[in-house]
Design a binder for this molecule. Structure first.
Ligand code: DGT
Ligand code: CA
Ligand code: CA
Ligand code: ZN
Length: 578
């Protein structure tokens, strides 16, 4: 719970906003804002003050003091409650958008019934503001830009965006004076490859931190220096992301890396082991508790070994049993990007992809794949205008290309649409012509749990469906997962020999780590696919692999690490049931 001062500050600010939205006296609104700031920053706890004490706070007159006293006594402020019933909370949310003032917010509410930031964005995208006085295309653009900025500043960011920034920053820091390039890395949730990242934690080993810290704050993306010290410096970038840089003595780099990689829950486990051994673990090293003598610190391997553990891959460090597995010598041999022999879900410009078939295949070949499936959208995704003729013509083109690639086996596939009853776009005779079919949900996201479960299980039972694409359809920060009995679906996948996709698109990462852990308990197998819509997207598999590692997957459980012979018999076995 917030301190009473902060609570009252928030309420008075809200009241000031509501006053200005309803077009009340601007002077009065400003007076409430000033009082709010004064109370928030007041050193004494206002709940201990009497009426006289309240009036002694700068900018707090009798009228405001009475309202504060009323709130402290009753938990309510009557005037605020009245305004709240008159104006939906979402209208107040509107004025937090940069460039959107209270007058415009009220106008949007009164004339179009808009009462949330989301509704406003939809209205702009649907061109519903056209003709509204004071809302030309430029204003609308500014609003959209403002919303984007707000979201970037306020939210966790996607793994892919954080990776790009971290890699650029690490590359720049490696150039700094006194920075040892081999001991300049990122740690935290990014090293653990969580799907979203709160802030980026960078670590450098250097005897003299000053030049490294100076180089860090001088980077062009820095908008604000939050803290600038010799041990830790934090900046906020122009996009609102926080970066923390810590400079460590070279001798304790391993201990620092272990500590700042986290997760916090994992660190609690490792510290428990240290305590049981009469040791003390910190970011500076592993020490004998009694003598204070340092036992290990230079490398992570050394620190884990001194705890009686093998080195634990960062993607496992979430306190999901990895420490116990390490102690027992049972850590999994995690799948890596190098294990992938192919990609089984990709698109071209025949549907919604941006690159040609030829370019996609050339890029796949350059990645060293042994096999590669082209799986453009099937007809029921009507926006894509797929037809039998078009997909058969594509098959001809693909077969013609095959001669050019001696080491790469080209597979002709499609991404089928799972209908509301589990039906797919084409009958079995037509599906038999494909080398491989992915089937995914692209519609009817809000069916009830029983219906979603049924349609997914029916899709698994289709002998031509090899992979269920992006099984939950969630999009991070945009769309929630469908509601289905996923354990029943996972069991059906295991029973029918259907792979579950780990879709590598950074907005999807679907299945996610937790669902992968659940699915593998049912004995299901997986396909880590890029779902690429352009040549550059083929590299997204790194995020799918990270997610798979967080789900403890081994190469044996991932069908696209298998040899073509093994994959071919996996596909054939299921088709036999047709
Ligand atoms: P994030 O930034 O929210 O995506 O998640 P993390 O895991 O990167 O968290 P962050 O940046 O607060 O801290 C980085 C790592 O440093 C964290 O995973 C573990 C370690 N750490 C930070 N503060 C503490 C603490 O108070 N206790 C322990 N045991 N570890 C901490
Ligand atoms: Ca972090
Ligand atoms: Ca941090
Ligand atoms: Zn799809």
């Amino acid at each position: 719970m917030a301190r009473p001062n902060e609570e009252v500050e928030a309420l008075l600010n809200e009241y000031a906003d509501l006053l200005s939205i309803t077009g009340g006296d601007a002077f009065k609104a400003r007076a409430y804002e000033k009082a709010a700031r004064a109370i928030g920053g007041y050193p004494e706890d206002i709940s201990r003050l009497d009426d006289k004490g309240l009036r002694e706070i700068p900018n707090v007159g009798k009228s405001i003091a009475d309202k504060v006293a009323e709130f402290l006594r009753t938990g309510h402020m009557k005037v605020l409650d009245e305004r709240r019933t008159a104006i939906p909370a979402g209208v107040r949310e509107l004025i937090t958008i940069p460039t959107l003032g209270p007058k415009k917010a009220m106008q949007l509410h009164q004339e179009l019934g808009i009462a949330s930031v989301d509704a406003l964005v939809k209205a702009i995208e649907g061109d519903e503001l056209r003709g509204l006085k004071g809302f030309g295309p430029k204003t609308a653009d500014n609003i959209l830009h403002g919303v984007e900025l707000m979201q970037q500043a306020g939210d966790r960011i996607l793994l892919s965006a954080a990776t790009d920034i971290a890699e650029e920053t690490v590359a720049a820091l490696r150039e700094a004076t006194g920075c040892d390039p081999e001991h300049c890395v990122y740690a935290g949730s990014l090293r653990r490859m969580r799907e979203t990242i709160g802030d980026i934690d960078l670590l450098v080993a250097a005897e003299d931190p000053v030049p490294v810290m100076d180089a860090f704050i001088a980077l062009p993306h820095t908008a604000e220096v939050i803290a600038h010290g010799e041990k830790k410096t934090s900046v906020r970038t122009v996009k609102g992301l926080q970066l923390d840089l810590r400079v460590l003595p070279p001798a304790s780099f391993g201990a620092g890396l272990q500590y700042f990689t986290g997760s916090q829950a994992h660190n609690i486990r490792t510290r428990e082991i240290a305590v049981r051994k009469g040791l003390k673990l910190s970011e500076y090293g592993l020490f004998h508790a009694k003598s204070g003598r340092r036992k290990a610190a230079a490398t992570e391997e050394e620190v884990y070994a001194a705890l009686g553990l093998p080195w634990i891959p960062p993607t496992l460090r979430e306190d999901r049993g990895e420490v116990a597995a390490g102690l027992a010598g049972d850590l999994p041999r995690l799948v890596t990007e190098g294990d992938l022999r192919g990609d089984l879900h990709t698109h071209t410009d025949l549907t919604d992809g941006l690159s040609s078939l030829e370019d996609m295949v050339a890029t796949a070949a350059a990645r060293g794949y042994a096999y590669y499936a082209v799986t453009d959208h099937a007809p029921k995704l009507s926006m894509q205008r797929m037809t039998d003729e078009k997909i058969l013509a594509q098959r001809e083109r693909l077969r013609a290309l095959a001669g050019r690639y001696k080491k790469l086996r080209l597979l002709h596939g499609t991404e089928l649409n799972i209908g509301p009853d589990g039906e797919v776009d084409w009958p079995g005779e037509f599906l038999a012509g494909f080398d491989l079919c992915v089937a995914s949900i692209h519609s009817h996201f809000t069916l009830d749990r029983a219906a979603q479960t049924r349609r997914l299980i029916r899709a698994c039972e289709n002998p031509y469906v090899a992979v269920i694409g992006h099984p939950t359809t969630r999009q991070i920060g945009r769309r929630p997962p469908i509601d289905a009995d996923l354990d029943a679906v996972f069991a059906a996948c295991a029973r029918t020999g259907t792979a579950l996709e780990v879709n590598s698109h950074p907005h999807r990462l679907d299945l996610n780590d937790e669902l992968i852990l659940r699915a593998r308990h049912h004995g299901a197998v997986f396909a880590i696919d890029s779902d690429a819509h352009s040549t550059t997207h083929l590299a997204h598999t790194r995020y799918g692999v990270g997610t798979a590692q967080r789900g403890w997957l081994t190469p044996d459980e991932v069908i696209n690490t298998w040899t073509w012979q093994r994959l071919k018999s996996f596909l054939a076995r299921k088709r036999k049931s047709a």
